[in-house]
Design a protein around this ligand. Structure first.
Ligand code: UDX
Ligand code: ADP
Length: 473
Protein backbone atom coordinates (compact mmCIF):
# COMPACT_ATOMS: atom_id res chain seq x y z
CA UNK A 1 0.00 0.00 0.00
CA UNK A 2 1.32 3.39 -0.97
CA UNK A 3 0.24 5.01 2.29
CA UNK A 4 2.02 2.53 4.53
CA UNK A 5 4.90 3.91 6.55
CA UNK A 6 7.71 1.77 7.93
CA UNK A 7 7.58 1.84 11.73
CA UNK A 8 10.59 3.32 13.52
CA UNK A 9 12.61 0.72 15.36
CA UNK A 10 12.82 1.97 18.92
CA UNK A 11 16.37 1.96 20.33
CA UNK A 12 16.21 4.62 23.02
CA UNK A 13 13.32 5.32 25.36
CA UNK A 14 12.95 8.24 27.74
CA UNK A 15 10.41 8.13 30.54
CA UNK A 16 9.47 11.46 32.10
CA UNK A 17 8.26 10.90 35.67
CA UNK A 18 9.93 8.37 37.98
CA UNK A 19 6.86 7.59 40.08
CA UNK A 20 4.67 4.55 40.72
CA UNK A 21 3.79 4.26 37.04
CA UNK A 22 6.92 5.33 35.15
CA UNK A 23 9.45 3.66 37.45
CA UNK A 24 8.18 0.07 37.43
CA UNK A 25 6.87 0.17 33.83
CA UNK A 26 10.08 1.38 32.25
CA UNK A 27 12.23 -0.81 34.52
CA UNK A 28 10.27 -3.78 33.14
CA UNK A 29 10.82 -2.59 29.55
CA UNK A 30 14.58 -2.37 30.23
CA UNK A 31 14.50 -5.83 31.81
CA UNK A 32 12.68 -7.43 28.88
CA UNK A 33 14.43 -5.47 26.10
CA UNK A 34 18.20 -5.55 26.68
CA UNK A 35 18.70 -4.00 23.24
CA UNK A 36 16.78 -0.83 24.20
CA UNK A 37 18.34 1.89 26.33
CA UNK A 38 15.83 3.23 28.85
CA UNK A 39 16.37 6.49 30.72
CA UNK A 40 13.92 7.48 33.44
CA UNK A 41 14.04 11.16 34.36
CA UNK A 42 12.36 13.31 36.96
CA UNK A 43 12.48 16.89 38.23
CA UNK A 44 12.67 15.51 41.77
CA UNK A 45 16.40 14.93 42.38
CA UNK A 46 15.76 13.14 45.70
CA UNK A 47 13.59 10.62 43.92
CA UNK A 48 16.23 10.04 41.23
CA UNK A 49 18.93 9.64 43.88
CA UNK A 50 16.77 7.07 45.61
CA UNK A 51 16.30 5.14 42.36
CA UNK A 52 20.10 5.11 42.05
CA UNK A 53 20.58 3.96 45.66
CA UNK A 54 20.04 0.71 47.56
CA UNK A 55 16.72 1.98 48.91
CA UNK A 56 14.32 2.52 46.02
CA UNK A 57 11.73 5.30 46.47
CA UNK A 58 8.81 2.90 46.13
CA UNK A 59 8.23 -0.53 47.59
CA UNK A 60 7.02 -3.08 45.10
CA UNK A 61 7.72 -6.82 45.42
CA UNK A 62 10.22 -7.94 42.75
CA UNK A 63 11.09 -4.41 41.59
CA UNK A 64 14.42 -4.15 43.35
CA UNK A 65 15.78 -7.29 41.66
CA UNK A 66 14.89 -5.96 38.20
CA UNK A 67 16.31 -2.49 38.83
CA UNK A 68 19.54 -3.87 40.26
CA UNK A 69 19.98 -6.25 37.32
CA UNK A 70 19.53 -3.54 34.65
CA UNK A 71 20.71 -0.31 36.29
CA UNK A 72 23.88 1.04 34.68
CA UNK A 73 23.50 -1.39 31.75
CA UNK A 74 20.42 -0.35 29.78
CA UNK A 75 18.46 1.35 32.56
CA UNK A 76 19.39 4.82 33.80
CA UNK A 77 17.84 7.23 36.29
CA UNK A 78 18.71 10.88 35.73
CA UNK A 79 17.67 14.46 36.33
CA UNK A 80 18.88 15.61 32.92
CA UNK A 81 15.47 15.67 31.29
CA UNK A 82 16.53 17.58 28.16
CA UNK A 83 19.31 15.13 27.29
CA UNK A 84 16.96 12.18 27.64
CA UNK A 85 14.39 13.89 25.39
CA UNK A 86 16.96 14.73 22.71
CA UNK A 87 18.34 11.18 22.59
CA UNK A 88 15.06 9.23 22.67
CA UNK A 89 13.05 7.83 19.73
CA UNK A 90 10.10 7.26 22.03
CA UNK A 91 9.10 9.21 25.15
CA UNK A 92 6.71 8.02 27.84
CA UNK A 93 4.99 10.84 29.71
CA UNK A 94 4.37 9.41 33.19
CA UNK A 95 3.97 12.53 35.28
CA UNK A 96 1.32 12.98 37.94
CA UNK A 97 -2.19 14.19 37.12
CA UNK A 98 -3.75 15.00 40.50
CA UNK A 99 -7.37 16.08 40.93
CA UNK A 100 -7.62 19.87 40.59
CA UNK A 101 -7.78 21.67 43.93
CA UNK A 102 -9.07 25.01 42.63
CA UNK A 103 -10.54 26.68 39.56
CA UNK A 104 -12.87 25.12 36.99
CA UNK A 105 -13.53 21.46 37.77
CA UNK A 106 -11.97 21.70 41.24
CA UNK A 107 -12.41 18.44 43.13
CA UNK A 108 -13.21 16.52 39.94
CA UNK A 109 -11.10 17.29 36.89
CA UNK A 110 -7.51 16.11 36.49
CA UNK A 111 -4.89 18.81 36.69
CA UNK A 112 -2.91 18.65 33.49
CA UNK A 113 -0.37 21.23 34.59
CA UNK A 114 2.48 18.68 34.76
CA UNK A 115 1.52 17.00 31.49
CA UNK A 116 1.45 20.34 29.71
CA UNK A 117 4.76 21.46 31.21
CA UNK A 118 6.39 18.27 30.15
CA UNK A 119 4.88 18.42 26.62
CA UNK A 120 6.17 21.98 26.19
CA UNK A 121 9.60 20.81 27.31
CA UNK A 122 9.60 18.06 24.69
CA UNK A 123 8.58 20.57 22.01
CA UNK A 124 11.27 23.07 22.91
CA UNK A 125 14.25 20.73 23.16
CA UNK A 126 13.58 17.98 20.62
CA UNK A 127 15.87 18.07 17.60
CA UNK A 128 14.43 14.99 15.88
CA UNK A 129 11.00 13.42 15.40
CA UNK A 130 9.57 11.49 18.36
CA UNK A 131 6.84 9.12 19.33
CA UNK A 132 5.25 10.61 22.44
CA UNK A 133 3.26 8.19 24.58
CA UNK A 134 0.83 9.33 27.25
CA UNK A 135 1.02 6.91 30.13
CA UNK A 136 -0.40 9.06 32.91
CA UNK A 137 -4.14 8.73 33.40
CA UNK A 138 -5.54 11.70 31.57
CA UNK A 139 -8.97 12.98 30.58
CA UNK A 140 -10.21 12.06 27.13
CA UNK A 141 -8.78 14.20 24.36
CA UNK A 142 -5.58 15.07 26.21
CA UNK A 143 -3.57 13.55 23.39
CA UNK A 144 -5.12 16.12 21.07
CA UNK A 145 -3.96 18.95 23.33
CA UNK A 146 -0.49 17.46 23.53
CA UNK A 147 -0.34 17.24 19.77
CA UNK A 148 -1.39 20.86 19.33
CA UNK A 149 1.26 22.04 21.81
CA UNK A 150 3.96 19.98 20.15
CA UNK A 151 3.10 21.10 16.65
CA UNK A 152 2.86 24.76 17.62
CA UNK A 153 6.12 24.91 19.54
CA UNK A 154 8.61 22.61 17.87
CA UNK A 155 11.25 23.14 15.19
CA UNK A 156 9.95 22.98 11.63
CA UNK A 157 10.12 19.61 9.92
CA UNK A 158 9.82 17.49 13.10
CA UNK A 159 7.02 14.93 13.49
CA UNK A 160 5.40 14.03 16.79
CA UNK A 161 3.16 11.00 16.83
CA UNK A 162 1.06 10.78 19.97
CA UNK A 163 -0.01 7.46 21.38
CA UNK A 164 -2.12 6.63 24.41
CA UNK A 165 -0.85 3.60 26.31
CA UNK A 166 -2.66 3.54 29.66
CA UNK A 167 -1.20 1.60 32.54
CA UNK A 168 -3.29 -1.10 34.18
CA UNK A 169 -0.78 -2.29 36.79
CA UNK A 170 -1.95 -2.47 40.37
CA UNK A 171 0.37 -1.56 43.21
CA UNK A 172 1.72 -4.48 45.18
CA UNK A 173 1.47 -6.74 42.13
CA UNK A 174 2.97 -4.32 39.59
CA UNK A 175 5.83 -6.55 38.52
CA UNK A 176 3.61 -9.54 37.83
CA UNK A 177 1.01 -7.30 36.13
CA UNK A 178 3.72 -5.85 33.89
CA UNK A 179 5.30 -9.21 33.12
CA UNK A 180 1.98 -10.92 32.37
CA UNK A 181 -0.53 -8.25 31.39
CA UNK A 182 -4.12 -9.25 30.52
CA UNK A 183 -3.73 -6.81 27.65
CA UNK A 184 -1.61 -3.88 26.48
CA UNK A 185 -3.71 -1.08 25.05
CA UNK A 186 -2.26 1.30 22.49
CA UNK A 187 -4.38 4.04 20.98
CA UNK A 188 -3.38 6.17 18.02
CA UNK A 189 -4.84 8.54 15.50
CA UNK A 190 -5.91 6.26 12.69
CA UNK A 191 -3.57 7.99 10.21
CA UNK A 192 -0.80 6.02 8.46
CA UNK A 193 1.78 7.83 10.65
CA UNK A 194 -0.23 7.07 13.80
CA UNK A 195 -0.50 3.42 12.86
CA UNK A 196 3.23 3.20 12.20
CA UNK A 197 3.96 4.69 15.63
CA UNK A 198 1.50 2.23 17.15
CA UNK A 199 3.35 -0.63 15.43
CA UNK A 200 6.68 0.64 16.83
CA UNK A 201 5.34 0.46 20.37
CA UNK A 202 3.71 -2.93 19.78
CA UNK A 203 7.15 -4.16 18.70
CA UNK A 204 8.61 -3.03 22.04
CA UNK A 205 5.97 -4.92 24.05
CA UNK A 206 6.14 -7.92 21.74
CA UNK A 207 9.54 -8.69 23.30
CA UNK A 208 7.56 -10.36 26.09
CA UNK A 209 3.82 -9.88 25.55
CA UNK A 210 2.04 -12.10 22.98
CA UNK A 211 1.04 -9.90 20.05
CA UNK A 212 -2.61 -10.90 20.30
CA UNK A 213 -2.67 -9.24 23.72
CA UNK A 214 -1.51 -5.93 22.27
CA UNK A 215 -4.80 -4.22 21.47
CA UNK A 216 -4.71 -1.28 19.09
CA UNK A 217 -7.55 1.25 19.12
CA UNK A 218 -8.25 4.89 18.41
CA UNK A 219 -6.83 7.49 20.80
CA UNK A 220 -10.12 8.39 22.45
CA UNK A 221 -11.13 4.78 23.05
CA UNK A 222 -7.80 4.14 24.71
CA UNK A 223 -8.05 7.21 26.95
CA UNK A 224 -11.63 6.40 27.92
CA UNK A 225 -10.86 2.73 28.56
CA UNK A 226 -8.47 3.60 31.37
CA UNK A 227 -11.17 5.59 33.17
CA UNK A 228 -13.81 2.99 32.35
CA UNK A 229 -11.76 0.01 33.60
CA UNK A 230 -11.05 1.67 36.94
CA UNK A 231 -14.63 2.89 37.31
CA UNK A 232 -16.01 -0.60 36.67
CA UNK A 233 -13.57 -2.21 39.13
CA UNK A 234 -14.42 0.35 41.81
CA UNK A 235 -18.11 -0.10 41.08
CA UNK A 236 -17.84 -3.82 41.86
CA UNK A 237 -16.29 -3.01 45.24
CA UNK A 238 -18.96 -0.44 46.03
CA UNK A 239 -21.62 -2.96 44.99
CA UNK A 240 -20.34 -5.64 47.36
CA UNK A 241 -19.83 -3.05 50.10
CA UNK A 242 -23.43 -1.91 49.70
CA UNK A 243 -24.46 -5.54 50.14
CA UNK A 244 -22.22 -5.88 53.21
CA UNK A 245 -24.44 -3.36 55.00
CA UNK A 246 -27.47 -5.56 54.25
CA UNK A 247 -25.56 -8.66 55.40
CA UNK A 248 -24.69 -7.10 58.74
CA UNK A 249 -28.35 -6.47 59.47
CA UNK A 250 -29.81 -9.70 58.10
CA UNK A 251 -27.15 -12.16 59.22
CA UNK A 252 -26.14 -13.10 55.68
CA UNK A 253 -22.39 -13.52 55.19
CA UNK A 254 -20.91 -11.18 52.57
CA UNK A 255 -18.07 -13.58 51.71
CA UNK A 256 -20.58 -16.36 51.02
CA UNK A 257 -22.67 -14.01 48.88
CA UNK A 258 -19.58 -12.80 46.96
CA UNK A 259 -18.34 -16.35 46.44
CA UNK A 260 -21.69 -17.60 45.18
CA UNK A 261 -22.15 -14.59 42.89
CA UNK A 262 -18.58 -14.84 41.60
CA UNK A 263 -19.06 -18.44 40.49
CA UNK A 264 -21.37 -17.17 37.77
CA UNK A 265 -18.91 -16.94 34.91
CA UNK A 266 -20.66 -13.81 33.69
CA UNK A 267 -19.75 -12.11 36.97
CA UNK A 268 -16.42 -13.72 37.94
CA UNK A 269 -14.79 -13.81 41.37
CA UNK A 270 -12.40 -10.83 41.33
CA UNK A 271 -12.89 -7.44 42.98
CA UNK A 272 -15.78 -8.68 45.10
CA UNK A 273 -14.00 -8.59 48.45
CA UNK A 274 -15.93 -6.40 50.81
CA UNK A 275 -13.75 -4.01 52.78
CA UNK A 276 -13.61 -0.82 54.79
CA UNK A 277 -13.54 0.92 51.40
CA UNK A 278 -11.29 1.24 48.40
CA UNK A 279 -8.32 3.60 48.29
CA UNK A 280 -5.36 4.21 46.02
CA UNK A 281 -4.37 6.91 43.61
CA UNK A 282 -6.62 5.81 40.75
CA UNK A 283 -10.13 4.72 41.59
CA UNK A 284 -11.49 7.87 43.17
CA UNK A 285 -9.53 10.18 40.89
CA UNK A 286 -10.59 8.41 37.72
CA UNK A 287 -14.25 8.23 38.71
CA UNK A 288 -14.24 11.93 39.56
CA UNK A 289 -12.71 12.47 36.16
CA UNK A 290 -15.48 10.47 34.53
CA UNK A 291 -18.08 12.45 36.48
CA UNK A 292 -16.52 15.68 35.29
CA UNK A 293 -16.40 14.45 31.72
CA UNK A 294 -20.06 13.40 31.88
CA UNK A 295 -21.07 16.79 33.23
CA UNK A 296 -19.04 18.60 30.59
CA UNK A 297 -20.84 16.54 27.97
CA UNK A 298 -24.22 17.55 29.52
CA UNK A 299 -24.95 14.05 30.74
CA UNK A 300 -25.98 14.68 34.37
CA UNK A 301 -27.62 11.26 34.85
CA UNK A 302 -24.39 9.55 33.79
CA UNK A 303 -22.43 11.77 36.17
CA UNK A 304 -24.79 10.92 39.05
CA UNK A 305 -24.53 7.22 38.30
CA UNK A 306 -20.73 7.13 38.66
CA UNK A 307 -20.69 9.60 41.55
CA UNK A 308 -22.70 7.11 43.56
CA UNK A 309 -19.76 4.65 43.49
CA UNK A 310 -17.77 7.19 45.50
CA UNK A 311 -20.67 8.09 47.77
CA UNK A 312 -20.97 4.41 48.69
CA UNK A 313 -17.24 4.24 49.40
CA UNK A 314 -17.41 7.23 51.74
CA UNK A 315 -20.43 5.67 53.44
CA UNK A 316 -18.56 2.40 53.96
CA UNK A 317 -15.62 4.08 55.68
CA UNK A 318 -17.93 6.16 57.89
CA UNK A 319 -20.12 3.17 58.68
CA UNK A 320 -17.11 1.15 59.82
CA UNK A 321 -15.88 3.94 62.10
CA UNK A 322 -19.37 4.43 63.52
CA UNK A 323 -19.63 0.69 64.23
CA UNK A 324 -16.43 0.93 66.26
CA UNK A 325 -17.81 3.80 68.32
CA UNK A 326 -21.23 2.25 68.90
CA UNK A 327 -19.68 -1.11 69.84
CA UNK A 328 -17.42 0.56 72.37
CA UNK A 329 -20.42 1.79 74.37
CA UNK A 330 -20.89 4.89 72.21
CA UNK A 331 -17.68 6.61 73.19
CA UNK A 332 -14.03 6.24 72.31
CA UNK A 333 -12.91 9.41 74.08
CA UNK A 334 -9.44 8.78 75.54
CA UNK A 335 -9.69 5.08 74.71
CA UNK A 336 -6.68 3.45 73.10
CA UNK A 337 -7.45 2.09 69.65
CA UNK A 338 -4.86 0.11 67.70
CA UNK A 339 -4.94 0.63 63.94
CA UNK A 340 -3.26 -2.21 62.07
CA UNK A 341 -2.40 -1.13 58.54
CA UNK A 342 -2.20 2.33 57.05
CA UNK A 343 -1.37 1.61 53.38
CA UNK A 344 -4.35 1.56 51.01
CA UNK A 345 -3.73 -2.16 50.36
CA UNK A 346 -1.16 -4.77 51.29
CA UNK A 347 2.32 -5.03 49.76
CA UNK A 348 2.69 -1.31 49.16
CA UNK A 349 3.81 1.63 51.26
CA UNK A 350 1.47 3.95 49.33
CA UNK A 351 -1.15 5.80 51.37
CA UNK A 352 -2.88 7.85 48.68
CA UNK A 353 -6.65 7.95 49.47
CA UNK A 354 -6.13 5.21 52.03
CA UNK A 355 -9.33 4.38 53.96
CA UNK A 356 -7.15 4.05 57.06
CA UNK A 357 -6.54 7.82 57.08
CA UNK A 358 -10.28 8.55 56.85
CA UNK A 359 -11.08 6.17 59.69
CA UNK A 360 -8.24 7.57 61.83
CA UNK A 361 -9.49 11.13 61.22
CA UNK A 362 -12.93 10.07 62.42
CA UNK A 363 -11.37 8.53 65.55
CA UNK A 364 -9.42 11.74 66.14
CA UNK A 365 -12.61 13.75 66.06
CA UNK A 366 -14.01 11.41 68.68
CA UNK A 367 -10.89 12.11 70.82
CA UNK A 368 -9.50 8.57 70.84
CA UNK A 369 -5.84 7.72 71.41
CA UNK A 370 -4.68 5.97 68.27
CA UNK A 371 -1.64 3.71 67.89
CA UNK A 372 -0.88 2.88 64.29
CA UNK A 373 1.29 0.12 62.92
CA UNK A 374 2.04 -0.51 59.25
CA UNK A 375 4.91 -2.68 58.03
CA UNK A 376 5.80 -0.38 55.12
CA UNK A 377 4.49 3.15 55.65
CA UNK A 378 7.05 5.48 57.28
CA UNK A 379 6.05 7.35 60.45
CA UNK A 380 6.53 10.71 58.73
CA UNK A 381 3.99 9.79 56.05
CA UNK A 382 1.38 8.71 58.60
CA UNK A 383 1.64 12.03 60.43
CA UNK A 384 1.51 13.90 57.13
CA UNK A 385 -1.68 12.07 56.10
CA UNK A 386 -3.37 12.66 59.45
CA UNK A 387 -2.63 16.36 59.70
CA UNK A 388 -5.44 18.51 58.33
CA UNK A 389 -3.91 20.88 55.79
CA UNK A 390 -4.11 24.54 56.76
CA UNK A 391 -5.12 23.94 60.39
CA UNK A 392 -2.68 25.77 62.64
CA UNK A 393 -1.08 23.59 65.34
CA UNK A 394 -2.83 20.51 64.00
CA UNK A 395 0.41 18.60 63.65
CA UNK A 396 1.03 19.15 67.40
CA UNK A 397 -2.46 17.87 68.15
CA UNK A 398 -1.95 14.81 65.92
CA UNK A 399 1.20 13.93 67.84
CA UNK A 400 -0.75 14.10 71.11
CA UNK A 401 -3.39 11.71 69.83
CA UNK A 402 -1.49 9.41 67.48
CA UNK A 403 1.48 7.13 68.16
CA UNK A 404 3.21 5.26 65.36
CA UNK A 405 4.45 1.86 66.55
CA UNK A 406 7.20 -0.46 65.34
CA UNK A 407 5.14 -3.66 65.68
CA UNK A 408 1.55 -4.83 65.81
CA UNK A 409 2.13 -6.12 69.33
CA UNK A 410 3.32 -2.70 70.49
CA UNK A 411 0.29 -1.00 68.91
CA UNK A 412 -2.16 -3.45 70.49
CA UNK A 413 -0.72 -3.59 74.00
CA UNK A 414 -3.16 -1.99 76.41
CA UNK A 415 -5.67 -1.14 73.65
CA UNK A 416 -9.41 -1.54 74.09
CA UNK A 417 -10.07 -2.07 70.40
CA UNK A 418 -8.08 -3.19 67.35
CA UNK A 419 -9.02 -2.15 63.81
CA UNK A 420 -7.53 -4.06 60.91
CA UNK A 421 -7.55 -1.59 58.03
CA UNK A 422 -5.03 -3.08 55.58
CA UNK A 423 -4.96 -6.78 54.67
CA UNK A 424 -1.24 -7.38 55.40
CA UNK A 425 -0.58 -11.13 55.62
CA UNK A 426 1.35 -10.76 58.88
CA UNK A 427 -1.84 -9.73 60.69
CA UNK A 428 -3.31 -13.19 60.11
CA UNK A 429 -0.53 -14.91 62.03
CA UNK A 430 -0.04 -12.55 64.98
CA UNK A 431 0.07 -14.11 68.44
CA UNK A 432 -3.53 -13.18 69.12
CA UNK A 433 -3.56 -14.89 72.54
CA UNK A 434 -0.65 -12.73 73.70
CA UNK A 435 -2.36 -9.66 72.26
CA UNK A 436 -5.57 -10.55 74.10
CA UNK A 437 -3.69 -10.96 77.37
CA UNK A 438 -2.18 -7.48 76.99
CA UNK A 439 -5.46 -5.67 76.27
CA UNK A 440 -8.05 -3.90 78.37
CA UNK A 441 -11.29 -5.92 78.55
CA UNK A 442 -13.63 -6.39 76.86
CA UNK A 443 -11.07 -6.71 74.06
CA UNK A 444 -12.57 -5.94 70.67
CA UNK A 445 -11.35 -6.58 67.13
CA UNK A 446 -12.87 -4.82 64.12
CA UNK A 447 -11.80 -6.57 60.96
CA UNK A 448 -12.20 -4.07 58.14
CA UNK A 449 -10.63 -6.41 55.60
CA UNK A 450 -12.22 -9.76 56.39
CA UNK A 451 -8.87 -11.50 56.83
CA UNK A 452 -9.00 -12.81 60.40
CA UNK A 453 -10.41 -16.10 61.67
CA UNK A 454 -13.23 -14.63 63.76
CA UNK A 455 -14.21 -17.95 65.38
CA UNK A 456 -10.68 -18.51 66.64
CA UNK A 457 -10.49 -14.98 68.00
CA UNK A 458 -13.82 -15.47 69.79
CA UNK A 459 -12.47 -18.68 71.35
CA UNK A 460 -9.59 -16.64 72.75
CA UNK A 461 -12.11 -14.25 74.26
CA UNK A 462 -12.22 -11.36 71.79
CA UNK A 463 -15.40 -9.67 70.75
CA UNK A 464 -15.18 -9.59 66.95
CA UNK A 465 -16.81 -7.50 64.26
CA UNK A 466 -16.14 -8.41 60.62
CA UNK A 467 -17.41 -6.36 57.70
CA UNK A 468 -20.58 -7.87 56.26
CA UNK A 469 -20.89 -10.66 58.81
CA UNK A 470 -23.69 -9.64 61.11
CA UNK A 471 -23.03 -7.63 64.24
CA UNK A 472 -22.76 -10.07 67.15
CA UNK A 473 -20.22 -8.41 69.39
C1 UDX B 1 -6.00 0.08 40.41
C2 UDX B 1 -6.34 -0.83 39.22
O1 UDX B 1 -6.53 -2.17 39.70
C3 UDX B 1 -5.22 -0.78 38.19
O2 UDX B 1 -5.58 -1.55 37.06
C4 UDX B 1 -4.99 0.67 37.78
O3 UDX B 1 -3.93 0.76 36.86
C5 UDX B 1 -4.70 1.52 38.99
O4 UDX B 1 -5.74 1.40 39.94
P1 UDX B 1 -4.46 -0.09 42.56
O5 UDX B 1 -5.13 1.18 42.99
O6 UDX B 1 -2.98 -0.15 42.62
O7 UDX B 1 -4.86 -0.44 41.06
O8 UDX B 1 -4.99 -1.29 43.47
P2 UDX B 1 -6.25 -2.28 43.43
O9 UDX B 1 -5.74 -3.66 43.65
O10 UDX B 1 -7.11 -2.07 42.27
O11 UDX B 1 -7.03 -1.87 44.76
C6 UDX B 1 -7.66 -0.61 44.91
C7 UDX B 1 -8.40 -0.56 46.22
O12 UDX B 1 -9.54 -1.42 46.22
C8 UDX B 1 -7.57 -0.99 47.43
O13 UDX B 1 -7.81 -0.13 48.51
C9 UDX B 1 -8.06 -2.38 47.71
O14 UDX B 1 -7.87 -2.77 49.05
C10 UDX B 1 -9.53 -2.25 47.36
N1 UDX B 1 -10.18 -3.53 47.00
C11 UDX B 1 -9.75 -4.22 45.91
C12 UDX B 1 -11.26 -3.98 47.75
O15 UDX B 1 -11.67 -3.35 48.73
N2 UDX B 1 -11.88 -5.15 47.37
C13 UDX B 1 -11.48 -5.88 46.28
O16 UDX B 1 -12.10 -6.92 46.00
C14 UDX B 1 -10.37 -5.40 45.53
P1 ADP C 1 2.12 8.16 39.34
O1 ADP C 1 1.45 7.31 40.40
O2 ADP C 1 1.16 8.63 38.29
O3 ADP C 1 3.35 7.53 38.77
P2 ADP C 1 3.80 9.88 40.96
O4 ADP C 1 3.43 11.14 41.69
O5 ADP C 1 4.25 8.68 41.73
O6 ADP C 1 2.53 9.53 40.05
O7 ADP C 1 4.94 10.20 39.89
C1 ADP C 1 4.95 11.25 39.00
C2 ADP C 1 6.38 11.81 38.92
O8 ADP C 1 6.44 12.75 37.86
C3 ADP C 1 6.87 12.54 40.18
O9 ADP C 1 8.05 11.93 40.67
C4 ADP C 1 7.12 13.98 39.69
O10 ADP C 1 8.26 14.59 40.31
C5 ADP C 1 7.37 13.77 38.21
N1 ADP C 1 7.14 14.97 37.39
C6 ADP C 1 6.07 15.78 37.40
N2 ADP C 1 6.19 16.76 36.47
C7 ADP C 1 7.37 16.56 35.84
C8 ADP C 1 8.07 17.21 34.76
N3 ADP C 1 7.55 18.28 34.14
N4 ADP C 1 9.26 16.71 34.39
C9 ADP C 1 9.77 15.62 35.00
N5 ADP C 1 9.17 14.95 36.00
C10 ADP C 1 7.99 15.41 36.42
Amino acid sequence: MASQITPVQVKKIACIGAGYVGGPTCSMIAHKCPHIQVTIVDVNADRINAWNSDTLPIYEPGLEEIVKACRGKNLFFDTDIDKAIVEADLIFVSVNTPTKKSGVGAGYAADLFYVELCTRRIASVATSSKIVVEKSTVPCRTAQSMRTILEANSRPGLRFDILSNPEFLAEGTAINDLAHPDRVLIGSLGTPEGRAAQASLVDVYANWVPREKCITTGLWSSELTKLAANAILAQRISSINALSAICEVTGADVDEVAYACGLDSRIGPKFLKSSVGFGGSCFQKDILNLVYLSESLHLPEVADYWRQVITMNEYQKRRFAQTVVSSMFNTITNKKLAVLGFAFKKDTGDTRETPSATVCRFFRQESAKISVYDPKVPEKQIFLDLTEPGVVDDSEQVKKQVTVCKSAMEACTGAEGICVLTEWDEFKTLDWSAIYASMAKPAMVFDGRGILDADKLREIGFKVFSIGKGVNL
